[in-house]
Design a protein around this ligand. Structure first.
Ligand code: PNS
Length: 158
């Protein structure tokens, strides 16, 4: 039984995240989407809102669970009995941060391995930050995020 964690801030979840969730859920038996509660950045959406949107967006994917977490990712992985962490790589600019994070996690917990999927080309430019910026100035985000997020951002921006 291969259980993996796909961790992130998901503020909010984008179609780029959904691409990684869908593809990795086909590879592993169970995928736990871990939503970080306390981040250095102040999120637009509370952790409850981010979890709710992710649950709605992944409701058709039967082997995907959405769980919030605090503290170290490796501790969360241990608590969930997951030996694999999945991360998406969009471009070379992601690499340095991902490498640092992966190697730190590996030092902290050598039994937890990080696997990378490259984001599908049509989403390689996309980030939650870009989505929020476009939405702030009234741009159309329907092609960037799941439907549930479009509604939620409209509510926030009112
Ligand atoms: O979506 P993000 O913001 O790129 O996700 C980053 C995340 C949540 C994966 C990362 O910040 C994280 O794992 N935070 C938990 C704290 C931790 O374990 N830090 C040590 C590794 S540097």
């Amino acid at each position: 039984m291969l259980r993996a964690i796909y961790p992130g801030s998901f503020d909010p979840v984008t179609l780029g995240h959904m691409d990684i969730i869908k593809r990795s859920s086909k590879i592993v038996d169970e995928l736990i989407v871990g939503v970080l509660k306390n981040n250095a950045k102040t999120p637009l959406f509370s952790v409850e809102e981010r979890v709710r949107m992710l649950r709605e967006a992944t409701k058709e994917l039967k082997n995907v669970k959405v769980v919030e977490f605090e503290g170290l990712l490796v501790d969360f992985a241990k608590a969930m009995d997951a030996k694999v962490v999945i991360r998406g790589l969009r471009a070379i600019t992601d690499f340095e941060y991902e490498l640092q994070m992966t190697q730190t996690n590996h030092k902290l917990e050598p039994d937890v391995e990080t696997l990378f999927l490259t984001t599908s080309i049509e989403y390689s430019f996309l980030s939650s930050t870009t989505v929020k910026e476009v939405a702030t100035f009234g741009g159309d985000i329907t092609q960037f995020v799941p439907k549930v997020v479009v509604k939620a951002i409209e509510e926030k921006m009112k």
